[in-house]
Design a protein around this ligand. Structure first.
Ligand code: F6P
Length: 535
């Protein structure tokens, strides 16, 4: 075991203390002045990686604060934490699990190991299985119980078993198969599953039950509804064992018990965290949608970002810099929020995806040593696509009382758009980032018309929304999250905070609330009200 666990509170690091001192003086600076002081700021404060450019020059960060932040990363031993992750050590200490999602996109020569054993063959086998299934479905060779080819795939899953594939299918729709429709149902809200299946033909529908644990209540409830529909309309006694159903899980035993045919269970390993599982067989719907070769390109883009993260010096390392900038605002400038605004409607789901990735990973208040931390961890992540969000919450960004750092994301080329639209869209991105920073130049304006400016942002520009670039973008945020968790000395890979609510639901469902002393009075009252008003 490396020194993964021999970590100290970040507050005790010299760089943290220096940053605390610097924060009060930097707060009064103006970003525009920083450009005047350093004519090379644009190039000094930007990083290229393949087809991605991160421009972080529009941040309220002086050269001195930037060096101190890089020192903070060094002093936090983020490189040895990364090494522990790559070595397959159980860095998720509360669940005694490794976090080897990088192995899912690794090549044989990358030699990822778990318990000392190479995992590449296992990964390759799963990919081959995905490749075979997705090509059969796409070519009309995977047929249902009545011999008809598949026209609709219903992906049932929630959280990490839903958000990544759902977002990828939407983001990469330029590459989608033109005859196969992919539907996603995650919510327990019956209106969703019922309205989805209502318009489908069960003979030509393939249901993917996607759950790492194969026990998540929402997913199993939706699966039961979909199976009942298949069984009833196709006259199948055992629809779960039919070619209309594939299970994707790390719990093969449970999928077998559920009755799925063993040849139609795609596995992934415990060392794949749910919210890091897009790259595993959880991505089958993506591979069906865009084709296996494009799915592989997505993995390749992510792998290249992994290599950048592992090899670039800290001050030129994209995920490290994004993590540090966020820590600067969160821990030293008291900004506890981060907005993400993609200027691409196909990335509508990116803010939701990042909410799970960042807040489920780093929304923790207990350190790796089991102590409560005395500093802030994950900020609140939120956002929406531009230009729509400009007509919603940009008022607050420009003139509100909160100071909100923004990640603007844009694509330089878009084959699905035209020059007219695309120029306008990108102009909006540039204009908003600029307006936030510069504010109003005119003097003597009434206060309500005045923009103070000095509002920070990152701009991420990608050449095009290709599978490769999409993979790189998502891997970038994954690594950013790990670097932050590492510096905050927290476990980014567990999620105990979601358990209490799940257990409470079971209790509220099954108990007679009036007799249960452990249920609070307000909940009992609401429960009664619901009962009285149920038609
Ligand atoms: O909400 C908690 C969680 O465990 C997530 O971490 C996970 O992605 C999601 O539920 C779904 O879990 P499963 O894949 O086991 O159904």
């Amino acid at each position: 075991m490396s020194d993964y666990q021999s970590r100290i509170s970040p507050e005790r690091l010299p760089a943290w203390q220096l940053l605390e001192g610097l924060a009060s003086s930097v707060k009064d600076r103006n970003i525009i002045d920083l450009f005047n002081e350093n004519p090379n700021r644009c190039s000094d404060f930007s990083i290229h990686h393949n087809e991605l450019l991160l421009d972080f020059s529009k941040n309220l960060i002086t050269d001195q604060a930037f060096s101190a932040l890089v020192n903070l990363a060094e002093q936090s031993f983020i490189n040895s934490h990364l090494e522990a992750m790559c070595n397959g050590e159980p860095i998720n200490t509360t669940e005694h699990r490794a976090a080897l999602h990088m192995a899912l996109r690794g090549h044989k020569k990358d030699d990822f190991r778990h318990d000392g054993k190479p995992v590449h063959e296992q990964v390759e086998r799963a990919l081959q299985q995905m490749s075979a299934i997705s090509e059969q479905v796409r070519e009309g060779k995977w047929v249902g119980s009545t011999g008809k080819e598949i026209t609709d795939v219903v992906h049932l899953g929630v959280g990490g078993s839903d958000l990544g594939p759902r977002m990828a299918c939407q983001a990469l729709r330029a590459y989608a198969h033109n005859k196969i429709n992919i539907h996603f149902v995650s919510n327990a809200d019956g209106a969703e599953i019922l309205s989805t299946i209502k318009v489908l033909n069960p003979e030509t529908t393939l249901v993917l039950i996607v759950s790492k644990s194969f026990g998540t209540q929402e997913t199993m409830l939706n699966a039961q509804t979909a199976l009942a529909w298949l069984g009833q309309l196709l006259g199948l006694e055992n629809p779960q064992g039919s070619p209309h159903v594939i299970a994707i899980t790390a719990n093969r035993q449970e999928a077998l018990r559920f009755g799925v045919d063993p040849s139609r269970i795609l596995e992934f390993q415990e060392w794949v965290g749910g919210r890091y599982s897009l790259w595993s067989s959880v991505g089958l719907s993506v591979s069906i949608c865009i084709g296996y070769e494009n799915f592989k390109s997505m993995l390749e883009g992510a792998r290249e970002m992994d290599i950048h993260y592992k090899t670039a010096p800290l001050k030129k390392n994209m995920p490290v810099i994004m993590a540090l900038i966020n820590i600067w605002y969160n821990n030293f400038l008291d900004t506890h929020t981060q907005a993400v605004i993609p200027y691409c409607e196909r990335l509508t789901l990116l803010p939701s995806y990042l909410q799970q990735l960042e807040m489920e990973s780093n929304g923790k208040s207990v350190s790796m040593d089991g102590e409560y931390v005395s500093y802030e961890t994950s900020p609140i992540i939120w956002g929406q696509t531009g230009t729509d969000s400009q007509h919603a919450f940009f008022q607050l960004l420009h003139q509100g009382t909160h100071y909100v750092p923004v990640d603007f994301i844009g694509f330089i080329n878009d084959s699905l758009s035209n020059e007219n639209h695309h120029n306008f869209l990108l102009s909006n991105l540039l204009a908003q980032a600029s307006a936030l920073m510069t504010g109003t130049q005119e003097q003597n304006l009434p206060a309500y018309k005045y923009y103070k400016g000095n509002k920070p942002s990152n701009t991420l520009l990608l050449k095009e929304l290709t599978p490769t670039n999409f993979g790189a973008l998502i891997a970038l945020y994954e690594h950013k999250v790990f670097v932050q968790g590492s510096i905050w000395n927290i476990n980014s890979y567990d999620q105990w905070g979601v358990e209490l609510g799940k257990n409470m639901t079971k209790k509220v469902l099954i108990s007679n609330l009036s007799d249960d002393d452990s249920i609070d009075p307000s909940t009992k009252n609401l429960h009664n009200y619901i009962r009285e008003n149920t038609k």
